[in-house]
Design a binder for this molecule. Structure first.
Ligand SMILES: Cc1ncc(COP(=O)(O)O)c(C=O)c1O
Length: 400
């Protein structure tokens, strides 16, 4: 047996990859599986972005770039932050990485010491607690109650802050709940944060462009500029421009933190792919119509999905953004499946739905939301309808 570090032995694999892995096995066995476990838009990368990447390759832009990104891309990111978010970052405050995921990981690794606490509102993206642990930090989970739209209140935040608090991770629109914080709600959180200068804010804005119903994305820095000196705004092209496989994200934050992020990256991945950087430049500077068409498509699917889920007996809060919905499934727990499997938890139910109804979903437990299933509606209307019909059929056949 090879020795594995205690750090890795304590780390869980991503729940999404576990579900997707099992779904792939079933598909390979010839089963007809619909996946609602998907964490990426189902649309293609816009053609002008692909052209820009092809051109970059043809022109020999195939070498290492600066660790923190090409000058052109960083300038485009500066413009994006200014124009879309009203944020001013100097060039040395920006780092381009291999996905928003790497930015978050780098920031935590560069700033968290053993015993430092990272406040994570639940439901949360599965990677936040694991990344915190890998960085030797302690995740402190604060519940964003369903009655409060799965959002954390100022009081709950304040109650969680200690002398050891190092970060609050904010994610709006949220994966998995689709919750979007309003400017007023952010202002309430900011008032608390102003009292505790030891707490930085990691603002994961990756779903910024997928917000419905005329609500607008607001950055906590724009709401309270005094927090700029301790906030890192994380973003990327994965979700907005359908570029998940390109692995390209970026962060803007305090120069002292970003300097360490750059150092860490220089010793790990060097730089993001030069070709992906050329694609990201085209994404940020080129036509923006895909942002509108994709948002409209996701909104339409959400509106298609909500009544179907209600009919199936799964209670849901209407998400305001991203492309996920948390479906409450407590009413179906304490039952038995047609194949005789005991369904005691959301984890059991997700398994039974996959194995017996052929639909992949992710149990809410993975996101700190037991009693829920996370369904992604990044699939076309027909598949969505079919998937919910299968889930509804399975739920009807559960017995007490
Ligand atoms: C909340 C959240 N943050 C970050 C990421 C990672 O984005 P990227 O593809 O840019 O690494 C995801 C991807 O699923 C996500 O859901």
């Amino acid at each position: 047996m090879n020795k594995i570090s205690s750090r890795m032995l304590a780390t869980k694999p991503s729940a999404n990859s576990a579900v997707s892995g099992r779904a792939r096995v079933l598909k390979a066995e010839g089963r007809d599986i619909i996946s609602l476990a998907i964490g990426e838009p189902d649309f293609d990368t816009p053609a002008h972005i692909i052209e820009a990447a092809n051109k970059a390759m043809a022109e020999g832009k195939t070498r290492y770039t600066n660790v923190d990104g090409t000058a052109e891309l960083k300038a485009a990111i500066q413009r994006k932050f200014k124009v879309e978010n009203g944020l001013d970052f100097a060039s040395d405050q920006i780092v381009v990485s291999t996905g928003a995921k790497q930015v978050i990981f780098n920031v935590l690794l560069a700033t968290v010491d053993p015993g430092d606490e990272v406040i994570i509102p639940a439901p949360y993206w599965v990677s936040y607690p694991e990344m915190t642990r890998i960085a030797d930090g302690t995740p402190v989970i604060v519940n964003g109650a369903a009655e409060n739209g799965f959002k954390v209140t100022a009081q709950a935040l304040e109650a969680a802050i200690t002398d050891k608090s190092r970060w609050l991770i904010l994610n709006s629109p949220c994966n998995p709940s689709g919750a979007v914080y309003t400017a007023d709600e952010l202002s309430g959180l900011a008032d608390v944060l102003l009292k505790y200068p030891q707490v930085g804010i990691l603002s994961d804005d990756i779903y910024e462009h997928i917000i419905f119903g005329g609500q607008k994305f607001t950055s906590i820095i724009a709401v309270e500029p005094k927090l700029a000196e301790r906030t890192v705004a994380v973003n990327g092209v994965s979700k907005a421009y359908c570029m998940t496989g390109w692995r390209l994200g970026y962060g803007g934050g305090p120069a002292d933190i970003m300097r360490e992020v750059r150092k860490l990256q220089s010793q790990s991945t060097s730089c993001a792919s030069s070709i992906s950087q050329a694609g990201a430049l085209a994404a940020l500077e080129g036509p923006q119509d895909c942002l509108v068409t994709n948002r409209e498509a996701f909104c339409r699917r959400r509106d298609l999905l909500m009544p179907l889920l209600a009919e199936a007996g799964l209670s849901c809060r209407k998400p305001d953004g991203a492309f996920y919905v948390l479906a409450g499934c407590s009413d179906f727990l304490g039952t038995k499946s047609p194949a005789g499997v005991a369904v005691e938890t959301d984890v059991d139910l997700a398994k039974v739905i996959l194995e017996e109804a052929g639909v992949a979903t992710v149990p809410g437990t993975a996101f700190g939301a037991p009693g829920f299933l996370r369904l992604s509606y990044a699939v076309d209307d027909e598949m969505l309808k079919q998937a919910v019909a299968r889930i509804a059929g399975l739920c009807r056949s559960l017995t007490r």
